[in-house]
Design a protein around this ligand. Structure first.
Ligand code: NDP
Length: 341
């Protein structure tokens, strides 16, 4: 089994990834935090043998791979150090705060010959996989437009850096729109070319700051090479909206219900001239699926994206889209999406 080190004593590691790595057959050897006490407490609470506040110590603890889930401004340096030590890296989204930094991360992993994944869980959901397949099979004809409903409520235990700290990559666009971007690319099978958006602080983010990086609500439109327009609505402030992902085509529509979530839930309805049917949807754990794909890539069984999980390059693209959305919202102008610097 792959031997893992955790970089970051985070909520996502505690709530999802410790369990997912183990369920996928991995062993968690050590955890690193900026605070030795936090590292020890996390290790004790999660049955991990070694705790450290030293990145070199973590990288020297006999591990094959690291999972990086620190705040976003820290990912790049930690990734580069791990790659330089020959470790495979599964990194949280957004990979970094700038496109150049994210590109550098991918280039370093390629040069070192290690596997790199981006933890975009949603493309691992049975709902999104079913929609991607239905579109590829032509079941809705030619896609015309899409809608992403991803306006949720940031739970109190996560109301920290996301709503206060632009330097850590806070704000709803880098947190949630980045997931929409990856999911749209995955389901539609093409990369958006431009972004239009409006963002605001609707009551949770910013503490009086007007920094658009700290928006807690954003709406916008992404345009795709085929002409498809995708509308998205993301928020930290919205308690009772429910989530959804819908694609409308010339011959039918796909209606994904409650599918923008960490849990393996949700429904996909196919509406055509024949009426409405519910598509069968697999309910395996999204994160376990992602780690399983990562493990297969580490074993040399082909690139991670061939098993449906997000690669480093996918993380660069989702960041490129999110940055264009942020620029569009800040400027009030439509922005082309640049995928390379
Ligand atoms: P957390 O706020 O839980 O953790 C981020 C960092 O905060 C930790 O690495 C930790 O630093 C630090 N921290 C935790 N507790 C304290 C404390 N009491 N005092 C000071 N610092 C503290 O973040 P999340 O788990 O929500 O997010 C982490 C990363 O994962 C982000 O990149 C985020 O975008 C991503 N994420 C991805 C999700 C997905 O589904 N793909 C879902 C949620 C988050 P240290 O390690 O030094 O202890």
């Amino acid at each position: 089994p792959a031997r893992w080190g955790l970089i970051g004593a985070s909520t996502i590691a505690r709530e999802w990834m410790v369990g997912a790595i183990r369920a996928a057959g991995g062993e968690i050897v050590s955890v690193m935090s900026a605070s030795a006490d936090r590292a020890r407490a996390f290790a004790d609470a999660n049955g991990i043998g070694t705790a450290t506040d030293s990145l070199p110590a973590l990288l020297g603890s006999g591990i094959d791979a690291v999972y990086i889930s620190t705040t976003n401004e820290l990912h790049k340096a930690q990734h580069l150090a791990a790659v330089a030590a020959g470790k495979h890296v599964l990194c949280e989204k957004p990979l970094a705060l700038t496109l150049t930094d994210a590109q550098d991360m991918v280039a370093a992993a390629e040069a070192a010959g290690v596997v790199m994944g981006t933890n975009h869980h949603l493309r691992n959901a049975g709902t999104h996989r079913a929609m991607r397949q239905a579109i590829a099979e032509g079941r809705i004809g030619t896609p015309l437009s899409a809608r992403v409903k991803h306006a949720v409520f940031l739970p109190p235990h996560l109301q920290g850096w996301r709503i206060t700290n632009p330097a850590a990559g806070g704000g709803v666009i880098l947190d949630i729109t980045v997931h929409d971007a990856d999911t749209l690319r995955f389901v539609l099978g093409e990369d958006p070319v431009s972004a239009t958006a409006c963002a605001r602080q609707a009551g949770i983010a910013g503490a009086g700051s007007q920094d658009p990086a700290l928006a807690d609500e954003v709406m916008g439109i992404l345009r795709f090479p085929s002409g498809v327009m995708a509308q998205f609505h993301d928020a930290f402030t919205t308690r009772f909206a429910g989530t959804g992902f819908e694609v409308y085509g010339t011959e039918g529509s796909l209606i994904g219900v409650d599918c923008m979530t960490q849990r393996p839930v949700g429904q996909v309805l196919l509406r055509t001239a024949e009426g409405e049917t519910e598509l069968p949807v697999e309910t395996d754990n999204l994160y376990v699926r992602a780690v399983t794909a990562f493990h297969a890539a580490v074993r040399g069984e082909g690139p991670i994206e061939t098993r449906g999980a997000a690669s480093g390059a996918d993380g660069v693209k989702s960041l490129a889209v999110a940055l264009a959305v942020a620029e569009a919202a800040a400027s009030g102008q439509t922005r082309s999406i640049r995928y390379a610097v």
